[in-house]
Design a protein around this ligand. Structure first.
Ligand SMILES: NC(=O)c1ccc[n+]([C@@H]2O[C@H](COP(=O)([O-])OP(=O)(O)OC[C@H]3O[C@@H](n4cnc5c(N)ncnc54)[C@H](O)[C@@H]3O)[C@@H](O)[C@H]2O)c1
Length: 258
């Protein structure tokens, strides 16, 4: 049975597409009020408008890599709902899959800014409110690229490894103060990041690498969102500082090709 999020106030970043969109839908369906944050505000508005109960959510523009933008967005959420119970740090971008000597400093900086500085800035902005109530949940969308190479290029892999470091340090610093922090490490998931709008030339399910994994398929974003919902609930109260791999066995297969 889905855990109730009754009147919890949840922020989801990267809410306009993919896993973030599914997180908005799952949390609202579980009874939460959700702030759908995205750099693409029209997309976030579409997500909110398509909900069965659009009055339980708001769309907020944010660039998670910008301190100013994050401060303004969190202020808007606090004005709307009065508090933040759960932060899903989910916004992210992929890199060009290139090795170190082939990437520009701009690509490196942008990837780190969105994928690592973004979750840090968002956490930093909501933590004072959480500390004031000795209560809060932070869920970082990391990746199998947080634990292994080859799921992205140099910048993405380095940034996503950093997200686990952030998860663990936040746990160390704030766990005793009531804030529970965990990370989700998805494998190949059908989202705007893997299948850009307009589709792709290759059929995702026939992708050779995917077919070598035990699950032999891509994940649906809702499967990742339901893990976030579980981690935000009281059933997960004893879980701190962990990295949950949800990859259809990809990493197992990478170590033991089948
Ligand atoms: N899709 C996969 O296979 C996969 C695997 C592992 C991890 N991930 C991670 O999952 C998370 C969600 O990605 P997705 O696959 O749903 O991709 P997606 O492209 O469908 O969604 C990402 C969303 O983030 C938003 N975004 C991008 N830059 C932003 C910024 N600076 N500020 C605010 N919002 C911004 C985009 O507008 C988009 O709506 C990312 O952190 C990604 O790295 C994805």
């Amino acid at each position: 049975m889905t855990q109730s999020m009754d009147d919890k106030v949840v922020i989801v970043t990267g809410a306009g597409s993919g896993m973030g969109r599914s997180m908005v839908e799952e949390f609202v369906a579980a009874g939460a009020r959700v702030a759908a944050l995205d750099i693409n505000e029209p997309k976030a508005k579409e997500v909110v408008a398509a909900l069965d109960t659009p009055d339980r959510a708001i769309a907020v523009a944010v660039d998670v890599s910008s301190e100013e933008s994050v401060t303004a967005a969190v202020r808007q959420v606090l004005n709307w709902a009065g508090r933040v119970d759960v932060l899903c740090n989910n916004a992210g971008i992929i890199d060009s899959f290139r090795p170190a000597h082939e990437i520009s400093i701009d690509e490196w900086d942008r990837n780190l800014a969105v994928n690592l500085t973004g979750p840090f800035l968002m956490a930093r902005a909501v933590i004072p409110d959480m500390l004031s109530r000795s209560q809060g949940i932070i869920i970082n969308t990391a990746s199998i690229s947080s634990l292994s190479a080859a799921g992205g290029g140099t910048a993405y892999t380095a940034a996503k490894h950093g997200v686990l470091g952030l998860t663990r340090q936040l746990t160390f610093d704030y766990g005793k103060l009531g804030i529970r922090v965990n990370a989700i490490c998805p494998g190949a998931t059908l989202t705007g990041l893997t299948v850009p709008e307009g589709g792709s030339d290759t059929l995702p399910d026939s992708d050779a690498e995917i077919m070598r994994t035990p699950a032999q398929r891509w994940a649906q974003p809702s499967e990742i969102a339901r893990l976030a919902l579980y981690l935000a609930g009281t059933d997960a109260d004893f879980i701190h500082g962990q990295a949950f791999v949800i990859d259809g066995g990809w990493l197992t297969a990478a170590r033991n090709p089948i």
